[in-house]
Design a protein around this ligand. Structure first.
Ligand code: C2E
Ligand code: SIN
Ligand code: SIN
Ligand code: FE
Ligand code: FE
Length: 387
């Protein structure tokens, strides 16, 4: 049986820390962005998924809807395979669109038949012991199912995948769907990189249970505000792709602070505030203009025009225009959304806050642009409403 190992990566028997998780994503982002061959891409995606959830094996399956087959390439001991599109757990997942989460294949009841004729029958032939299994379908940009991620056997002592693993593999899968599609269509490298970066932003957000469309809306609001204050299309596009990463540093904030239902204590808020400097540290070393813009925005998005913000207490135009724009986009979205610690606000109340904070929290000129662009911002809010 052939084992595929990504260069230099060690197998470990514990979960990754948030920073290790980001490192894995960064490492694969670079490799994936330079890869044009579909079979290699599938393998890199599988390797990325395997490392993210510390699985023994991970396979990325693609649905070939013309032949009604599932297709995969050599990865982690599974030989290249074509299966009927309804076969096994993967078939079940792509047919129903629902993820599958199994703690032990041998005691599971829900999928007993499929497992007996699939994984367990294969184990008898190979001597492998399948225990924990996750299968997560993924979709293309039009929402059609393209394939599924399958992860087998968790390499930590209790041998079970967690809720967190499911979340992380789901993110890897959503990214795989988007970037495999662009690889299939055009092999457009820039697009792929943007998708990767966008997914990293989603990882920051998903930790704090901010719902899926938050990063999308912040991206679109930022573009509109940037154009409204006179930035070029190119710069506004750059900001649109950089602003979703503003909270990437939240990956390093402990759950008991990040997910606390009530108000934070002073100490807890101080921990929370470190997401700005952590995000900056994570992003600042890249020379790519997109990541540099993202580093600035991660660092400065909680600075305030009157100098009362954090982490540096910068004033006025010392705060980069990208950060001043993202601050408005972020707070507009945070106020209009439910959080673990607050309800969504009515529009009237949101607008009152922006008027009060004009020249205090926010750049006064940008608040004017915000008011001018409000119809367009509300259209975006409706388009990307959380379900
Ligand atoms: P977030 O929930 O996404 O909020 C982003 C920013 O929107 C906040 O930055 C703040 O400027 C604004 N904002 C959000 N909700 C409110 C509100 O109810 N009233 C007002 N006036 N402004 C609001 P901030 O305050 O620096 O907080 C940064 C992040 O820290 C928040 O992101 C959230 O993740 C966390 N956080 C802040 N306060 C609490 C809290 O009381 N409990 C919990 N669990 N988390 C909090
Ligand atoms: C598959 O390849 O379909 C997954 C294994 C199984 O379904 O038992
Ligand atoms: C924050 O910036 O800490 C929270 C903003 C957000 O939810 O994007
Ligand atoms: Fe933030
Ligand atoms: Fe945010």
């Amino acid at each position: 049986m052939q084992e595929h190992h990504a260069g230099g990566n060690l197998r470990i028997n514990r979960d990754l820390t948030p920073k290790e998780m980001l490192q894995v994503i960064f490492d694969y982002a670079a490799k994936i962005a330079n890869e044009r061959r579909l079979d290699n891409l599938l393998m890199l995606m599988a390797d990325m998924g395997r490392e993210m959830v510390v699985a023994d094996r991970c396979t990325v399956w693609l649905l070939d809807s013309q032949k009604d087959e599932l297709f995969s390439t050599v990865a982690h001991g599974v030989t290249p395979l074509r299966l009927p599109s309804t076969a096994g757990l993967v078939g079940h997942a792509v047919q129903t669109g629902q993820p599958i989460f199994i703690e032990d294949a041998y005691t599971n009841h829900e999928f007993a038949d499929v497992l007996q004729s699939g994984a367990i029958a294969m184990d008898k032939l190979t001597g492998y012991r399948t225990k924990a299994l996750m299968v997560i379908p993924f979709r293309n940009n039009r929402g059609e199912i393209m394939g599924a991620y399958q992860a087998v056997n968790k390499l930590i002592p209790d041998e079970m995948f967690s809720e967190r693993d499911l979340e992380h593999l789901t993110l890897a899968a959503s990214y795989a769907g988007k970037s495999l599609e662009s690889a299939l269509l055009t092999a457009e490298i820039e697009e792929t990189q943007k998708e990767i970066i966008f997914s990293m932003g989603e990882i920051g957000e998903s930790r704090s249970k901010e719902t899926g469309n938050h990063v999308k809306r912040v991206a679109e609001y930022s573009y509109v505000l940037a154009r409204g204050c006179g930035l070029s299309h190119e710069e506004a596009e750059l900001l649109k792709h950089a602003s979703p990463m503003h909270d990437i540093g939240k990956v390093a904030i402990p759950d008991d602070v990040l997910k606390k239902p009530g108000k934070l204590t002073e100490e807890e808020f101080a921990v929370m505030q470190s997401h700005t400097t952590i995000g900056y540290q994570l992003l600042k070393n890249s020379k790519r203009s997109l990541l540099q813009a993202a580093a600035t925005v991660a660092h400065q998005h909680h600075e305030k025009w009157d100098g009362s913000g954090y982490p540096s207490g910068l004033h006025g135009e010392d705060i980069h225009i990208y950060s001043r724009i993202t601050a408005i986009a972020d707070v507009f979205d945070a106020l209009g959304s439910e959080r673990v610690y607050k309800k969504a606000w009515e529009l009237d109340r949101i607008l009152r806050l922006f008027k009060e904070e004009r020249g205090q929290h926010f750049d006064p000129h940008l608040v004017d642009v915000f008011m001018e662009q409000l119809p367009e911002l509300l259209r975006i809010r409706d388009e990307y409403v959380d379900v």
